[in-house]
Ligand binder design. Structure first.
Ligand code: PHE
Length: 476
């Protein structure tokens, strides 16, 4: 390709072919490890039902307002995050730069976790379930020197290939193929898991119904004001991360949406998709872990739940466990890939706008940079291992610190500033007008205005305060 041709391709505006492509790609970004891994763990921690109800209410209010804002900013300006805020208001250019940092931090470790998933998927294909369920299996893998890096590279390469092919031929095509498959797998595995039953060494039997009850029925006897406050903060934080808002991603995807797409409807569809996958993931994981490993298994939080507790469950299932294990990790891989694609796309799109470079060249360079960066994260589990106590009280290594910085600190700050910019300086009407283009009726505009001006800023300030450890005294 000559330079001129390259310039011409850069200038042609990329877009999704229609609303379905957009909704599936955006849902693909939203549906990720947060739905499959974090939501079930949080729901289990907070006793199930109540957490789910609070989460749904928040999704319909808080989540709806933030998602609408990001997507509308993208479509209105036609720019990716790095340039979009400056387009809205010159003085707010810094917010674009700030939101560029978030996906850049996230990609360094998301690809490492993606690598772990590929490792487990291939293990279930080639190994016995009992070999993978051995105590310390996961730990010894991530602390080994070379193999996590190799798997991370495979995951990054898959991501880069999709981004390389562009918005319609890469991201949209991939999402249209993967998202229905993902739903199919989650529903299948959830139904299967409810047919299981297991008797432990002490003779206690748990079946699917017990597991279901553990997941859905709230235990109000344990609810206190403090625990409810903690639940509210956890649900808000989770929702925020789950919808991929405040990191430029939905702005970038919004910039690829044609003006004739009904944004209000798309936002609802993305939210329904994301919330349904979160609840179904819980249905797939919480009862199963409860049946086979009881309460103790459920307390195995975070990475432990997926990589330590579930392998034990697959082993206990007998011969079929191998196949469920394969399907499960392939499904998680799908979910992780559509998310990592959206992260890399956001970085690539911002760089293309900034350096006026071509998509192909930019994707290759970005992939190389992140390959190098992710090596550092992998080495954080061996050569550069350390433990650090974060202001919110949790102890983490390099990967957790990156996660904390991006999700707990930067995202609430960016979102809070976006609320100030849209709610108070430019006024909510800026967004409402964009939604109402082409005569679309924005039914929830009253609700939107109240949330973006008042409710969201307060909640965001609270999650930020919690992340900084300022609410710790409440939980003494
Ligand atoms: N929203 C994704 C999830 O729920 C996470 C994600 C983070 C996606 C960062 C894109 C970027 O897992």
């Amino acid at each position: 390709m000559t330079n001129q041709q390259e310039m011409a391709t850069t200038k042609k505006k990329a877009s999704f072919t229609g609303s379905l492509g957009f909704v599936l790609a955006a849902a693909g970004s939203a549906v990720g490890l947060g739905n499959i891994w974090r939501f079930p763990y949080l729901a289990a921690k907070h006793g199930g039902g109540l957490f789910i109800i609070v989460y749904i209410i928040l999704a319909l209010t808080f989540g709806f307002a933030l998602l609408t804002t990001d997507i509308a900013i993208g479509r209105k300006t036609g720019k990716s995050a790095l340039q979009a805020y400056g387009d809205l208001s010159k003085k707010w250019n810094f917010l674009g730069a700030l939101s560029f940092i978030v996906p850049a931090i996230i990609l360094t470790y998301y690809s490492v976790v993606g690598g772990w998933i590929i490792k487990f998927a291939t293990d279930y294909i080639v190994k016995d379930t009992s070999a993978i369920a051995v105590d310390g299996y996961f730990g010894s893998f991530i602390t080994s020197n070379v193999s996590p890096i190799v798997f991370t590279f495979i995951f990054l390469a898959l991501t880069a290939i999709i981004v390389f092919f562009g918005v319609d031929k890469g991201i949209e095509k991939f999402s249209k193929f993967v998202m229905p498959g993902l739903i199919f797998l989650i529903i299948g595995i959830s139904i299967f898991s409810l047919t299981l039953s297991h008797t432990d060494a002490s003779g206690v039997t748990h079946n699917g119904l017990d597991g279901l009850a553990r997941y859905f029925i709230p235990d109000f006897s344990k609810v206190t004001v403090q625990s409810f406050f903690q639940l509210l903060l956890d649900a808000t934080g989770q929702l925020f991360y789950s919808l991929s808002v405040a990191m430029g991603i939905m702005i970038t995807y919004g910039s690829y949406v044609k003006k004739d797409v009904n944004l209000s409807k798309s936002v609802s569809q993305i939210e329904i998709f994301d919330t349904a996958v979160a609840i179904l993931s819980g249905l797939m994981i919480v009862p199963t872990v409860f049946i086979f490993s009881g309460e103790a298994g459920l307390q195995n939080s975070g990475a432990g739940l997926m990589f330590n507790a579930l392998p034990k469950v697959f082993e206990a299932m007998g011969p079929i466990g191998k196949y469920i294990g394969i399907l499960f990790f392939i499904m998680v891989l799908f979910a992780a890939l559509t998310s990592s694609v959206s992260i890399m796309e956001t970085i690539v799109a911002s760089c293309m706008g900034f350096f006026k470079s071509s998509r192909k060249k930019t994707s290759l360079i970005i992939a190389a940079i992140f390959a190098a960066a992710s090596i550092v994260i992998c080495l954080g589990y061996n050569v550069w291992y350390f433990e650090y106590t974060l202001p919110n009280g949790s102890v983490g290594q390099l990967l957790d610190i990156m996660d904390y910085l991006s999700n707990s600190i930067l995202m609430p700050i960016i979102s809070l500033l976006t609320c100030v910019l849209i709610g108070w300086l430019l006024k909510p009407q800026t967004i409402i007008e964009e939604i109402e283009i082409g005569g679309v009726k924005f039914k929830k505009k009253g609700l939107y205005t109240v949330i973006i001006k008042f409710v969201a800023p307060v909640m965001l300030a609270l999650i930020l305060a919690q992340a900084l450890g300022l609410t710790n005294f409440l939980f003494k």
